[in-house]
Structures are given as structure tokens and as C-alpha cells.
Design a protein around this ligand. Sequence first.
Ligand code: RIB
Ligand code: CA
Length: 308
Amino acid sequence: MKKKEIKKIPVIINCDTGIDDAVALMLAVKSGVLDIKLITTDVGNVEPVRAAKNTLNILELVGAPDIPVAAGDGKPLEKERPRVAVHGNGGLGEYVFEKNSRRLLSDDAVDAMANTLNESDERVTIICLSPTTNLAKLIKKHKECLDKIERIVLMAGTIEDVEKDEMPYPEFNVATDPEAGEVVIKSGIKLEIVPMEMGHTAYLDWEDVFKTKIENHTGSVLEVVFRSYKDRHVKNGIATHDGCAVAYVTNPELFETSPVCASVKYYESIKTGVLVMDFKKKPNALTCTKINIPKFKKLYFKMLEKCK
Ligand code: RIB
Ligand code: CA
């Protein structure tokens, strides 16, 4: 009997390929349910061109078809904020990838996004695994294509309970370019948030990392890459922030969600802005509140088994 053709979800992935971005890209490629039209790289873990080269290496590693990759210009929307190297020097730790023939698109990421959206005959989900600088520039510069965006799924922020005047943890993807985060929130584009608690609870423990290493060549590469991941919240394993954001699109049944009022609040003490999520105010977004950890890990290992 002919296998039923599934309708794939059209997506653009905006990332700053670092270590958890790499796992996310692999989950996206191997999920079999995403039509990945474009991958763009943004201000973030490493410079966008470096992140784009890391992305090409990951696509080569997982034998992905020639998904176009375009690098952002690396300039924040308004001002530079300090960034800490959590993903090793080059963004993928110390692993040295074999040379490959893949090349970046000559287009800047923002123009590539606009072209992709304008040419698409269906609305596209944007999965953002990094600061939202490219998205903010797209919203400001290419209003003609915004009705082609189905929703933005954004890995960002925290849902931890804080006292009224206490500052929430300054999660990297918004704190790196808070003005860009504000543009996305105020754009009115449907926003679904995957906060850091997902990647902190569905982390890969050391047994998972060992199982990864012995699974296959791809797993052995990942294990080397994982050695450089320094997420201060996860001491006994590897945080999976961005992988959870992709899983939210491919397998939403793994998550519980709640409407939330998302905003950016600036704090002089840290000279940047923080994503604040308030469940008591009028909602303007949806946030994940819980992830099914065993099912997420099953998804991860099912992905890995499909690699070489
Ligand atoms: O705070 C976690 C986020 O910051 C992840 O996307 C990680 O890759 C870094 O970009
Ligand atoms: Ca990221």
C-alpha cells in the first residue's frame, strides 16, 4: 500500500549554531515533517558567518539535501551587548569538521528570508533559535512579506516565578538584542515561546551522552562537541534549549502550554533588557510550560539512529 504522503510544515530556521542549535538542526532535518526552506544565522553564540559555516558542517554531517544557508550581517538592531562563550571558541567546541563543498547564499539573511517568504505559496513558520535580530530587521524592512509568516516559534526567556520587582534570569536570546526582541513581540505576529526551563529539564544526562557516543559516527562527533558546552544551569549533562524548540514544532504533543503576556524590560544593573513573562496580564503569546522528558529523549535517539 502506497505510504500516505504527509503534508510537511514549511519552516525557516534562524539560529546561531552553537551546540544546542546543532542538535536542533539535526532534529529538524531528520524529523521528516519539516520543509526547511532556508536556514539563516544571526548575532549570537558566534559571529553569523561562523555560525553559518557550522550549520553547513552539520547539514553535511547529517546528509541533508542542499538546504540554503544565509548569514546575517552580525550587527545588533541598536547596540552591542557583551556575550559569553558558552559553546567553545568556534561555536561547536573543539571538533574539526572535514572540508565540504557547501557554500553560503550570497544574499544577506534578511533579504534571503524576504525572498523565501515572498516566493512561498503557503505561510511559513519561523523557528528562532538565537537572538531575533534578523527577524526584527525583516519586520522593519520587508513589511510586504509579513503576512506570509504563519507564526514565530522562539526559544527564549524563562517562566520561573520571580517576586514582583525581582529581575527574571536574563536569557541569552533576548538579552543579547532586547530591542530586536521587542520588535518581534510588538509586531503582532503569532508568537509561541519555548523557555529555557524546557531545555534545562529535558537535558541529556551523561548516560545519554555515552549512548550518543557509541551510537554511530554522528554520535561520536556530537559527543566531542558536547564536551565544550558550558550551560551554567545544567551541571549533569547537556542542555537542549534549541532542540526543544524544534520538537515543539515537529511534536507539539510533547508539551503543555499556557497563554502569557510577554514583554521586554530593561535593567540598568545589567545594561540590557530581559524577556518578562507574566501569566496574570492580558496574553499576547503562548509559552510552553512543561515537556514530556522521556518522549523528547526518544525523539532525540530516534533522530540519531537515522544518522550515519
Ligand atoms: O539561552 C539559550 C539560548 O542561547 C540557546 O539558543 C543557545 O544556543 C543560545 O543561543
Ligand atoms: Ca541558539
